[in-house]
Design a protein around this ligand. Structure first.
Ligand code: HEM
Length: 356
């Protein structure tokens, strides 16, 4: 499509969506305004404070910009979980998956930097219109909750609000929100998809059996502890691990043998997943710090303890890929890593590093 800004007719600003036919059945040429539906977007900044307080406009625009980015993150997440489903597995998709993960990381970095724009408003400026927010709060951002769900945070680790999950907030009681949450929870999360992929990768390469046979005794014992089914189940029960035993094996295999050309792309994928997790946590940290500067220890407008609640949510337990982030605990030097003589040529391309 040609750039709408420079299209011949750029005068439209009407309600019509892209190319809606007029009475004579002629299609209006798209313009920058109609294509982006700017009338709707630019007419959605109703300031609540009377008399008007200058900085409320910034507050509204900033939050709206965040919600648009949240929408894009959800869009990318759904496309990635689809591509990682075993039905569609194709190694050709792996670079695309990585580039979309990196896109989400970049968006989250932007979201983190965007707090700086809001911080040009002083806490005093904020006090001037805070009452106008009533009980409205980012707490009630259903898109933020959908991101958490679709990434696959451990629901049992959520910080509770008044003894309940935040998904039970009054603001989410509308049928619409409930249905959205149920739908999001009924689909496999990013965490689940990655677990499936890694499990199949470990199985395909028969990793653990090869490793046991080829590793020197002390190394074998170290790893046996990690992969002893009974002990592993105990770690799962106690919440120290979330990946299945097989998925852990797959992740370890890719990390230990990342120099194998066959594992370059899967290794990058694991790196991008960790970047995503860390950047999402970074958002929580920066938001929490900003909130402390803005409202100190006052209660949140959404009814929580405010800073204390947000501080509790800055917790490793809310990281989705903690198992990947902890993987380095089990890394050994290249010199100590036994050669596994993978028969790379015999493996077809289906499934990235997995699938025979
Ligand atoms: C002056 C600026 C801000 C203040 C004072 C503030 C304050 C708070 C407080 C106190 C909470 C805890 C819930 C409650 O309201 O009781 C909260 C939650 C939240 N806020 Fe903000 N916020 C600000 C800006 C933002 C911005 C720009 C975003 C971007 C979308 C945002 C997103 C969120 C989210 C997603 C939560 C839920 C966090 C969680 O449950 O882990 N906030 N905010």
């Amino acid at each position: 499509m040609a750039c709408p800004v420079f299209s011949s007719k750029n005068t439209s600003g009407g309600e019509k969506g892209p190319s809606s036919p007029d009475e004579e059945g002629q299609e209006d040429p798209l313009t920058y305004h109609s294509y982006l539906q700017l009338d709707r977007i630019l007419d959605s900044q109703d300031m609540n404070c009377k008399p008007t307080v200058h900085d409320e406009h910034l507050f509204i625009v900033t939050h709206q910009a965040y919600e648009l980015w949240f929408q894009q993150i959800l869009y990318e997440t759904d496309s990635i979980t689809d591509m990682l489903s075993s039905k569609h597995w194709d190694e050709k998709n792996f670079l695309r998956i990585i580039s979309r993960l990196n896109r989400m990381v970049t968006i989250l970095k932007l979201c983190c930097n965007q707090f700086g724009v809001l911080e040009t408003m002083t806490p005093r400026d904020f006090v001037d219109f805070r009452n106008a927010l009533g009980t409205a709060s980012g707490f009630q951002s259903y898109q933020f909750r959908l991101i958490e769900i679709r990434f696959g945070i451990d629901e049992s680790k959520r910080v509770e609000h008044k003894g309940k999950s935040v998904l039970e907030l009054e603001a989410f009681r509308a049928d619409d929100e409930k249905v959205k949450f149920q739908k999001a929870q009924s689909k496999p999360s990013l965490h689940q998809r990655v677990d499936d992929w890694l499990s199949i990768a470990a199985e395909t390469y028969d990793f653990w059996n090869r490793f046991k046979n080829e590793a020197p005794e002390p190394l074998r014992t170290t790893f046996e502890e990690l992969f002893n089914e009974e002990r592993y189940k105990e770690s799962l029960r106690s919440g120290n691990r979330r990946f299945t035993c097989q998925a852990m094996q797959g992740a370890l295999m890719i990390s230990l043998y990342c120099d194998e050309p066959r594992f370059h792309v899967p290794f990058q994928l694991l790196q991008s997943l960790m970047d995503l997790d860390c950047q999402f946590m970074q958002f929580r940290y920066l938001h929490k710090d900003m909130v402390q500067r803005m409202i100190g220890s006052k209660m949140g407008s959404g009814g929580s303890s405010g800073y204390r609640y947000l501080q509790a949510a800055c917790n490793d337990k809310l990281k989705v890929f903690n198992d990947l982030l902890n993987l380095s605990t089990h890394l050994v030097s290249r010199a100590d890593t036994p050669p596994l003589s993978f028969d790379m040529e015999s493996l077809s391309s289906r499934g990235g590093c997995a699938g025979k």
